[in-house]
Write a protein that binds this ligand. Structure first.
Ligand SMILES: [Zn+2]
Length: 212
């Protein structure tokens, strides 16, 4: 187990934790932290700054415990929502990089708009020291996190754990106005494997338009 090797930014983790606290409630949240062994966060949650201090192992343990305690369906909903909230909190920063309101941007195809936002997400080192990458195949995309902060340190899990990343990416797709055209799924989760030295892959799937 690689303690203290990979870190998320405090702010990135805190925004996610705030969303989890809101949905798990006054009693649920401390219980999750206790069962996941995250005792330091019972005393104080990470501050709202950009220092990289939240160990991926702690973040992975949180997500695994949410799925264990609330079940895959509710755990997935909670973490996916926290991922959406995380992207929403980043939009002022994203606004500096991509003017989604510009007519020239809106005139681009959904695939071009999705590619533009994914390239920014991949390059964003301020969120933590994960290695993200993007593969493009026509108008389909695959986003990879290796290592993945959402499930780091977890293995042999019965279910994929990284719905925080799914929600984050889905919100990014919607932010560029392509929510009717693309949906995000986790294609492969490192936590479901016995080896922990692999990453997670997310597909940004082009949906066929409805024919009325
Ligand atoms: Zn993962």
């Amino acid at each position: 187990m690689q303690v203290g090797k990979y870190f998320l930014s405090n702010r990135r983790a805190r925004i996610y934790l705030d969303a989890i606290a809101e949905t798990s409630g006054q009693y649920g949240f401390p219980t999750v932290l206790t069962l996941a062994g995250l005792h330091a966060w019972l005393e104080a949650l990470p501050p709202y700054n950009d220092t990289h201090e939240v160990d991926f192992l702690d973040f992975g343990a949180l997500n695994a415990m949410l799925v264990k305690m609330y079940g895959p369906r509710a755990g997935r909903a909670m973490t996916q929502w926290a991922g959406r909230v995380s992207f929403m909190a980043l939009t002022p920063y994203m606004d500096d990089l991509l003017n989604v309101q510009a007519a020239s941007f809106q005139a681009q195809s959904p695939a071009e708009r999705v590619r533009a936002v994914l390239e920014i997400v991949v390059d964003s080192r301020r969120l933590g020291n994960m290695e993200a990458s993007l593969q493009t195949s026509g108008d389909q995309f695959m986003y990879m996190l290796d290592p993945c902060p959402f499930c780091f340190g977890q293995h042999n899990a019965a279910h994929a754990l990284c719905y925080g990343a799914v929600g984050f990416l889905q919100q990014a797709v919607e932010w560029v106005g392509a929510g009717d055209h693309y949906m995000v799924e986790e294609a492969s989760c490192a936590a479901t494997k016995s080896l922990q030295d692999s990453g997670c892959a997310f597909v940004i799937l082009k949906m066929e338009p409805y024919n009325d």
